[in-house]
Design a protein around this ligand. Structure first.
Ligand SMILES: Nc1ncnc2c1ncn2[C@@H]1O[C@H](COP(=O)(O)OP(=O)(O)O)[C@@H](O)[C@H]1O
Ligand SMILES: [Mg+2]
Length: 369
């Protein structure tokens, strides 16, 4: 029987917990089952609060409580996935759990990042060995702690026949540059905003957790001056390695650019779509990709996909589904892949991506029964 792994991902969008059950058959990765559990709205709003500046008013014991509450949610997700797959926990080699980022500050001195979802609880409630806390080892080794998906993106998508970029549009967007010259180093970084600001503006003014299919943005007009101001933000022109999160790109960041201007709400939404597209395209262009393989929730927003295709006319922009993997599960798959790396004492970070001094074995291991 091939070894099974489960990847658990809940990203900066704070929309849902994504779970993927994979196996490695003669080293080849296969996706078997998936399960998505939307965050209960109370948990989501609490996570949103503590993931931004207003966290200063969150009592410490709430964070400690959330750490356990999240792990309980994760364990329910794992057990539901296993029921669906008709597998017992004893068949699973390990869970790779990303956890929920509540703070990511890789450029402070000293740098820090923190993901909640207690792995002790998860290992105990599922009985399955759990690998977690992946980012802090890379950070300790002098890296950004992010992005960590590139090594798995490389294993899944690199080919000597063309220059590819894998683009993940989550709350934050990140790219992995996979040169056709496979001996060249893989580059990767957070390009900046993905869906996070689109979601935040939509929630504030439409009371909807996201702008489904980009319909609201489509009713607006891109404000060129505002777009030019936003894109001048220093994050976009910084050289890699770089990573970011809600600590930086949040509604306060947007408000600081809106000033006292009275833009139509839908025009701001349209401009934010253009910002996501332009910042990604500008990051990708210097690498002359022939193909952009897109994953993450942003793939479901046709405005983002059409915008990227227009901004990168010499590159074919496609959902990862065209390469046999559904775009919603790639990040969860990456953390299952990383758990296997850790358990087999293999490194998981790419120093050419994170800026770490060396490749390191990521994460802590919490043994199951
Ligand atoms: N049908 C859709 N239309 C527009 N946006 C969508 C759609 N489906 C998903 N999204 C966007 O994708 C986000 C979730 O993407 P995801 O890859 O899970 O991000 P993260 O890794 O940050 O959790 C949602 O918050 C939303 O902004
Ligand atoms: Mg998500």
């Amino acid at each position: 029987m091939p070894p099974y792994f489960i990847g658990l991902m809940s990203g900066t969008s704070i929309d849902a917990i994504d779970a993927a059950l994979i196996s490695f058959n003669a080293g080849k990765l296969q996706l078997h089952h998936t399960y998505r559990h939307a965050f209960p709205s109370v948990v989501r709003s609490e996570l949103l609060t503590i993931s931004q500046e207003s966290r200063e008013f969150t009592p410490l014991h709430r964070i400690a409580f959330l750490d356990i509450q999240l792990a309980k949610l994760y364990s329910e997700v794992v057990l539901k996935l296993l029921r669906q797959a008709n597998l017992s926990p004893s068949k699973i080699t390990a869970i790779g759990c990303h956890g929920q980022t509540i703070v990511h500050s890789p450029d402070s001195n000293p740098p820090y990042t923190w993901q909640l979802g207690d792995p002790n609880t998860l290992a105990e409630l599922t009985g399955i060995t759990t690998v977690a806390d992946f980012r802090r080892r890379d950070l300790a080794a002098g890296g950004q702690g992010a992005p960590l998906a590139p090594a798995c993106h490389q294993a899944l998508f690199q080919t000597p026949t063309e220059n590819r970029i894998v683009l993940n549009i989550g709350g934050i967007a990140n790219i992995t540059v996979l040169p056709a010259e496979t001996q060249q180093p893989v580059v990767g970084f957070d390009t900046g905003v993905g869906n996070a600001l689109l979601d935040a503006w939509c929630l504030k003014h439409q009371q909807q957790i996201c702008d489904y299919e980009g319909k609201w943005a489509k009713s607006g007009t891109v404000q060129t001056q505002l777009l030019n101001d936003l894109i001048k933000d220093s994050y976009f022109s910084r050289t890699a390695p770089k990573s970011t999160g809600r600590d930086y790109f949040n509604i306060n960041w947007l408000n600081s650019y809106l000033g006292l201007q009275n833009y139509r709400l839908e025009d701001v939404q349209a401009t934010l779509v253009a910002l996501t597209v332009e910042s990604i395209a500008a990051a990708a262009r210097p690498y002359h990709p022939q193909r952009l393989i897109v994953c993450g929730g942003g793939v479901h927003n046709p405005l983002l996909m059409q915008g990227l295709a227009q901004s990168l006319p010499n590159c074919s922009v496609e959902s990862s589904i065209a390469f046999g993997i559904h775009p919603d599960w790639i990040e969860a798959i990456c953390f299952a892949w990383l758990a296997r790396q850790t358990l087999t004492r293999q490194t998981g970070n790419l120093p050419s991506v994170t800026g770490a001094r060396s490749p390191v074995i990521l994460g802590g291991i919490y043994y199951g029964r």
